[in-house]
Write a protein that binds this ligand. Structure first.
Ligand SMILES: [Zn+2]
Ligand SMILES: [Zn+2]
Length: 181
């Protein structure tokens, strides 16, 4: 979906998402993402797009689901993210698209060369910025055991039983041997 800047009505455009529309699907195809990241194209929320002078303003809230891989256990997990949009597009003058912080406010400014834009691409890029540097499936994810490769502390990993050093584990290992577990 493309929106022409000069076709934005005076009182703005309101886009509302119930989660049924796959609004981002085109953008997901056109923007390259690392293979570990999937953004669900179905979003919920509202945005208001308005235009004045050289500036197009995006304001609103969106909630979407991203599918990531845990940096510790490598398992896939889903993360729900709420995005608060407060973004300006500025057209004209600059050949390259880049973002920077506007003035001293938290409003992001994106420079666009063309007179039309795909709001899905803009929203998707905002979502991509929300991806944590080290995604974790849960705060206390123990990660994988360097010895057997199973999740540390899981039933598949029994390496802790044999680990030397920690007397508590030793006691437990002895107990397990006795009871035949
Ligand atoms: Zn994990
Ligand atoms: Zn192990």
């Amino acid at each position: 979906m493309k929106i022409r800047i000069d076709e934005i009505p005076e009182d703005g455009l309101h886009l509302s998402f119930s989660g049924d529309e796959d609004f981002l699907s085109d953008a997901v195809k056109s923007i390259s993402m690392s293979g570990d990241v999937k953004i669900d194209p179905h979003l919920r929320g509202d945005i208001h797009i308005s235009h004045s002078g050289e500036e197009t303003t995006f304001v609103g809230t969106l909630t979407g689901l991203m599918h990531l891989h845990c940096s510790r256990c490598l398992g896939e997990f889903s993360l729900q993210k709420e995005l608060i949009l407060d973004l300006k597009l500025r057209s004209g003058g600059l050949a390259e698209e880049f973002r920077q912080d506007a003035d001293e406010q938290s409003t992001d400014v994106l420079y666009v060369e063309e007179q039309e834009f795909d709001p899905g691409e803009i929203i998707l890029q905002e979502f991509l910025l929300e991806i944590p540097m080290k995604p974790l499936c849960r705060e206390d994810c123990p990660g994988l055991c360097p010895r057997c490769g199973a999740l540390k502390g899981s039933t598949e990993c029994r390496c802790a039983d044999e680990s030397s050093g920690d007397p508590r584990w030793e006691a437990l290992a002895r107990l397990k041997r006795k009871t035949g577990q």
